[in-house]
Write a protein that binds this ligand. Structure first.
Ligand code: SF4
Ligand code: SF4
Length: 459
């Protein structure tokens, strides 16, 4: 493996040394779970990296396919007793996998298409606008039942299966530049909307803004913000990731500061309600480290980033907000249910749990909702199969993981599933529905907001 100026060096043999081949990571590994082969496990990949570094193995298309089967969920990092930083190893390996000879023309074309679309909300909107007459309508149900969608091929069928109903608000960003704090101001934050989240689940950002404002937080939402680069970052597409990252930093700098439209006062934090995005935003220091013009700004920006649950738990829900929390309604949050307590299964997104070490904060916030009872899945730390674009480029393995996750979550007996990452939400919704389980999947902030409104909160 060779490194170019725009790529980090490939992992060295010494970076793999701490692995003692104990295999403790194997039961938590999503790819090993569905493929069952050593080469598709963390231990097998580390062994391959050692062999490549020693010149005993060539990174050809077959070897590369065993790295491509990795979901980048980092469950192995959490499980490893020897402190092996597999996350760093795979991050350094991914750019090498993008060499043209390592993937088929069809694979390369699909990736090019995804990287040209997913990080650009305006392009996605143009593509999705005609599909409003299809998504979530009886026509979609008919197309699926008739087997028509299977004719698209596995990758396009996977995309169609994830396509949710498209809300009108998905097609424009209607937030004001500054949403004022209700009551006395306790903090001032920026909010990154996330490119996939704002299209496929725009109510999540609306709920985040409402909850923050109701807790005395002023929210600045730069109108020109684009994608944080998570989709390309997780696939080792570094030049595009750097370009997206610098554009995000510029979009905040354009509105916050002396003489800028959102005011002089600095932000206390930059928040995000999609954990895949949060993980990448927190790595802007490393992503931009090699660029002298951006290294300092990347590091300063990354140091401000917090997941919205982290921030709210640290700030503490205000007394006025807490006093208005009321029992949740069932299902979509509008139809009342006699079910008390209302059982909710919280799904740990991998980039939240393993990537950022966040598990207690969302649970703690959810417990503030009266009569809400949290149920735990038996394999909470195992990936649902979404993993960025994994469920589009490796649809069979991802679908198997989705079925396992849906069965685990529905097996809790919970009436609702809470998920704080848009990719997981779409994947889990699909597989709950296909498995005949009717549980809705909502973001924890949506549950908090609905509880607050049920108690008379307004914003
Ligand atoms: S990565 Fe860690 S848990 Fe996995 S085999 Fe190596 S030492 Fe063991
Ligand atoms: S990142 Fe996830 S899929 Fe990849 S080796 Fe680790 S546990 Fe397995």
């Amino acid at each position: 493996m060779s490194a170019s100026a725009s790529q980090p060096p490939a992992p060295t043999a010494s970076a793999t040394d701490p692995c003692v081949h104990c295999g403790f990571c194997l039961p938590t590994c999503a790819s090993y779970r569905v493929l069952g082969t050593e080469m598709d496990s963390p231990r097998g990949r580390i062994h391959a990296l050692k062999a490549i570094a020693a010149g005993e193995l060539t990174l050809d298309a077959t070897v590369a396919s065993h790295f491509d089967s990795c979901l980048g969920c980092f469950a192995c990092v959490t499980a490893c007793p020897s402190g092996v930083r597999y996350d760093q190893l795979i991050e350094a390996t991914r750019p090498q996998l993008n060499a043209p000879e390592l993937r088929s023309p069809a694979q390369r074309a699909l990736r090019r298409l995804l990287f040209a679309l997913l990080p650009y909300p305006q392009r996605l909107r143009a593509l999705l606008a005609p599909l409003r007459a299809y998504a979530g309508t009886p026509l979609q149900g008919l197309a699926r039942r008739s087997g028509l969608t299977r004719l698209f091929g596995p990758q396009l069928e996977a995309m169609e299966r994830l396509l949710p109903p498209l809300a009108p608000e998905a097609f424009s960003d209607s937030f004001p530049l500054v949403v004022p704090a209700q009551g006395s101001k306790r903090a001032r934050v920026g909010l990154l909307l996330g490119c996939v989240q704002r299209l496929f689940d725009p109510q999540v950002n609306a709920a985040a803004v409402a909850v923050l404002s109701a807790n005395g937080v002023e929210v600045v939402i730069p109108p020109q913000q684009g994608c944080c680069g998570a989709v390309t970052h997780h696939q080792g597409e570094l030049p595009q990731t750097r370009q997206l990252a610098t554009a995000v930093i510029d979009s905040f700098a354009a509105v916050v500061g002396p003489g800028r439209p959102a005011g002089d006062a600095p932000l206390d934090a930059v928040l995000v309600a999609a954990s895949g995005c949060g993980h990448t935003l927190k790595h802007y220091d490393a992503i931009l480290a090699a660029d002298p013009a951006w290294a300092e700004r990347g590091s300063a920006f990354a140091s401000q980033v917090l997941d919205v649950h982290q921030f709210l738990q640290g700030l503490g829900l205000s007394e006025a907000f807490s006093a208005q929390l009321a029992p949740l309604s069932h299902a979509d949050g509008t139809a009342a249910t006699a079910e008390r307590p209302l059982a909710v299964a919280y799904h740990d997104a991998c980039h939240m749990l393993h990537g950022q070490g966040i598990s207690a904060e969302p649970r703690s916030l959810l417990r503030r909702i009266p009569h809400l009872l949290l149920r735990e899945a038996s394999e909470a730390g195992v990936c649902c199969g979404s993993a960025g674009i994994y469920n589009l480029v490796q649809p069979d393995e991802a679908a198997e993981l989705g079925r396992i996750k849906a069965a685990d979550l529905s097996g809790t007996g919970a009436a609702l599933v809470a998920s704080a990452n848009i990719g997981c939400t779409l994947q889990i919704r699909r597989h709950l529905e296909e498995g005949g389980h009717p549980q809705p999947v909502l973001h924890p902030l949506q549950l908090l907001e609905r509880s607050w409104r049920a108690g008379g909160g307004q914003g």
